[in-house]
Design a protein around this ligand. Structure first.
Ligand code: FAD
Length: 363
């Protein structure tokens, strides 16, 4: 089976889906390929910061999301021995220190807007299996396996790899990537928030272990435990209650919900932490955005927001190129020129924040 389109985007996470929306609503022909059958089912970065908020507001997207799924966070608290030792408030009275939006809600809102667009095709449950190239080496499309198991060839003027930290598009294009561990991994779990739990982010060190709490929209608290890099396999041989006990000691108010909802290792999700930089973001006819171009650590919750910024900038460059019939490569390279400096600055900031984390608890 064959199809033709202007833009083929591999990966329907926040970067790919936002890019699809921004292009499709301006009339570009877009095919969005996503390997998961349902958008946004897994545990992902979900805190929108000021940069992400400004992208969503600029394009009127915040208003399209179910209000129940939009939770502005009031402050960031650092706790020690069950007491708050430092609080970060928003810069402005009407501001927030981040907005929690479940990724599924963000993706559904965007996909819902595109439902009636005849120039947009969404292919969930579809895996990228290879790339097409012409004789000059320019990328001209992707080969995919669709949800019903059939092979489909999608010919496109531009291929976008928005397929995350383990990007297949990057691999098939042979783009080298430099990855670095940060000395820790993260275990995530989620529990219903107890009555009266406020929309805040909290951080603490309890029994030598870093713990992070994020209040989530729809009445949940997301909990992150920092664990030593690559230690999860060994840790799983021990009782999971060692982790929940540490959490309860630090935040006794969570005890009932923790005991009820974290009942085995199955209730934890591992995020192996690394950052990466792709050596190039663009090749003729192909471009990488979001985690595929630059994986971030969860520190400061930048990954999702930088991915949204990439999509915003790339849509301008692609539209510019389509309207002026410019050489595709020129415009694709401009994404990297416009964004790489900011992203790498953020990556350095993350390292600084990780190295100086303990100083937040100095009075
Ligand atoms: C488990 C987990 C927890 C995270 N927690 C945090 C956090 O707490 N804070 C934070 O800031 N960031 C976190 N992140 C990172 C954050 O989610 C990303 O930075 C952000 O989602 C980047 O968006 P993206 O669209 O570039 O990539 P992704 O969100 O990874 O989206 C990529 C999409 O591509 C699809 N895909 C992959 N391979 C293929 C293929 N071969 N064919 C078709 N589709 C494919 C995937 O299914 C996915 O939907 C987390 C990431 C993970 C994986």
């Amino acid at each position: 089976m064959q199809r033709h389109t202007e833009i083929c985007i591999a990966g329907g996470g926040p970067a790919g889906t936002l890019l699809a929306y921004l292009l499709a609503r301006r009339g570009a022909e877009v095919v969005l390929v996503e390997k998961q059958p349902v958008p946004g089912p897994s545990f992902r970065g979900e805190i929108i910061n000021a940069d992400g908020e400004s992208v969503l507001r600029k394009h009127g997207i915040l208003d399209k999301i179910n209000p129940e799924a939009v939770l502005p966070l009031l402050r960031l608290e650092y706790w020690e021995n069950r007491k708050i030792v430092k609080t970060i408030f928003p810069d402005h009275a009407d501001g927030n220190v981040g907005i929690h939006i479940p990724q599924a809600d963000l993706l559904h809102a965007l996909l819902n807007e595109m439902k009636s667009y005849s120039n947009f095709t969404y292919l969930p449950g579809t895996m990228v299996r290879g790339l097409l190239q012409n004789e000059e080496g320019t990328y001209t499309g992707v080969k995919v396996r669709t949800a019903d198991g059939s092979l489909l060839t999608i010919h496109s003027q531009v291929v976008v790899g928005a397929d995350g930290r383990y990007s297949s598009v990057r691999k098939y294009a042979g783009i080298p990537v430099n990855s670095a561990g940060h000395g820790y991994d993260l275990l995530w779990a989620r529990i219903p928030a107890p009555q009266g739990w406020e929309p805040v982010m909290c951080s603490t060190i309890q029994n030598g272990q870093q713990l992070h709490l994020f209040t989530q929209a729809r009445g949940y608290v997301q909990i992150g435990w920092n664990i030593a890099e690559d230690s999860y396999k060994e840790l799983r041989k021990r009782p999971f209650e060692e982790l929940t006990q540490t959490l309860i000691e630090a935040f006794p108010k969570l005890e009932d919900s923790v005991r009820q909802h974290i009942t085995s290792w199955q209730d934890f999700v591992l995020l192996d932490i690394f950052s990466s930089k792709s050596e190039r973001w663009a090749q003729p006819g192909l471009v990488l955005i979001g985690d595929a171009a630059h994986t971030m650590t969860p520190t400061g919750a930048f990954g999702l927001n930088e991915a949204l910024r990439d999509a915003d900038v790339l849509h301008e460059e692609i539209l510019n190129c389509l309207s002026q019939n410019k050489e595709t490569l020129t415009s694709l390279e401009r994404l990297e020129q416009r964004r790489r400096g900011d992203v790498e600055r953020r990556q350095r900031e993350q390292v600084d924040m990780e190295l100086t984390y303990a100083q937040n608890f100095n009075n």
